[in-house]
Design a protein around this ligand. Structure first.
Ligand code: KIV
Length: 264
């Protein structure tokens, strides 16, 4: 088994698993020093490409961004989202997962559950492709956002779904927008780690979309805590630069390539 995956599994019931998304090398390089898992999420559709949902992100988009992210990753587990439509049947799932793994040298892929694709997960795991599952709000398959697992019946259905994903061989599972009780139940019943987003502190780990928590995306639902307001910091820098250019204060002789303080 991949050593990094082993380390993630060992954290269950011991220490929290920290995870964030990245779509480029510069961000990945910073995350890599601190987090356990970096996900190249199809959330890039909303965050980078301005789409209304994640559906139009292609395999090429995902691979291109993962190649960039990979350049910044040394120690974290690198997981890549399989885009919508890329794992509809055994053949395409296998072909596309192998393409992602071989081209990008990532550690694992993530598949959203549609409550039917357990055998697809199983077939990939049998081919030695590590799979992260994803239940609850699964944007590739659900049109409307809703907190899942609010009734006993919903909770037991979600538990069953998560158990089938575990049985299929997934090494860990994302719980997106589940009620705290559902997240607690699933986390206590599964032997694989649960990674929550909008699903309370009961999960074994947490994931957020990096651009959201940095205050860059403009998308701030209640479950996102803004750890920085990078939009404001960037705007201030852009304003200073604009002003300097207009006032002819930039570039100065220090910035001339043959000037006195040329950087080596
Ligand atoms: O695409 C993504 O970023 C995700 C996370 C929100 C879990 O799937």
């Amino acid at each position: 088994m991949n050593k990094k995956i082993k380390q993630i599994l060992l954290k269950k019931n011991k220490s929290k698993i920290v995870s964030l998304t990245a779509y480029s090398k510069n961000i990945a390089k910073i995350l890599d020093k601190h987090v356990d898992i970096i996900l190249v999420g199809d959330s890039m559709a909303n965050v980078l490409y301005g789409h209304k949902n994640t559906h139009r992100i292609t395999l090429e988009n995902i691979i291109q961004h993962t190649l960039s992210v990979k350049m910044g990753v040394k120690k974290s587990l690198l997981v890549v989202d399989m885009p919508k439509g890329s794992y509809n049947n055994f053949q395409s799932a296998k072909k596309n997962a192998i393409l992602i793994m071989n081209t990008t040298k990532c550690d694992a892929i993530k598949i959203e559950s549609n409550k039917k694709n357990y055998k697809i997960i199983e077939s990939l795991v049998k081919k030695n492709i590590p799979v992260m599952g994803h239940v609850g709000y699964t944007p590739q398959f659900k049109k409307k956002f809703k907190i899942e697992g609010q009734t006993r019946l919903e909770m037991s259905k979600l538990l069953k779904e998560a158990e089938l994903i575990q049985k299929a061989g997934a090494f860990c599972i994302v719980l997106e927008c589940l009620s705290p009780s559902a997240a607690k139940l699933i986390t206590s019943r599964l032997s694989i780690p649960t990674i929550g987003i909008g699903s309370s502190a009961h999960c074994d780990g947490q994931i957020l979309v990096t651009d959201d928590m940095l205050g860059l995306s403009g998308f701030y639902p209640k479950f996102v805590k803004k750890y920085a307001k990078l939009d404001r910091i960037i705007e201030k820098a852009i304003k200073r630069y604009t002003r300097a250019v207009k006032l002819k204060k930039f570039p100065t002789i220090n910035n001339y390539l043959d000037g006195p303080k040329r950087r080596k």
